[in-house]
Design a protein around this ligand. Sequence first.
Ligand code: K2U
Ligand code: ZN
Length: 147
Amino acid sequence: MEKIDAELRALVANMAETMYEAPGIGLAATQVDVHRQLVVIDVSEERNQLLVLINARITHQSGAQVYEEGCLSVPGIYDKVERAAEVTVEYTDLDENRRTLTADGLLAVCIQHELDHLDGKVFVERLSRLKQMRIRAKLAKQARITA
Ligand code: K2U
Ligand code: ZN
């Protein structure tokens, strides 16, 4: 069980700040080079409902939905990704309570997007081979221009 210590709280505060500044609606610890099972999410309009998922695990998922995704780790790339419409996720919160959350819509997309990051996966890998080839070519061209 993850020890919810001062270090973890400081990491959450840092990640939340990074996410709000991006601006983004989610951020995974792997994106700030910390390899812990931790993501922060806030899909609220008012940007004041931070959700902290520690050791999260999707226990149920159903349906399908398509959403135009972007990612802080692959700037400038946007594409439609199909994911589950509804997910149930078990996780530990900052008060060390084990909780279960069922989400749909954008929150469900975000939870799946962020938990993919913890598995080292970015949304580009969920696209067709052809789209991935085009994205690789685009990124290579961008790299040449900025080099
Ligand atoms: O994890 C990240 O890279 C942050 C992502 C999170 C995300 C992308 C697409 C769909 C769901 C979550 C984005 O940078 S957050 C930017 C954003 C803002 C509003 C709507 C979609 C994406
Ligand atoms: Zn991402």
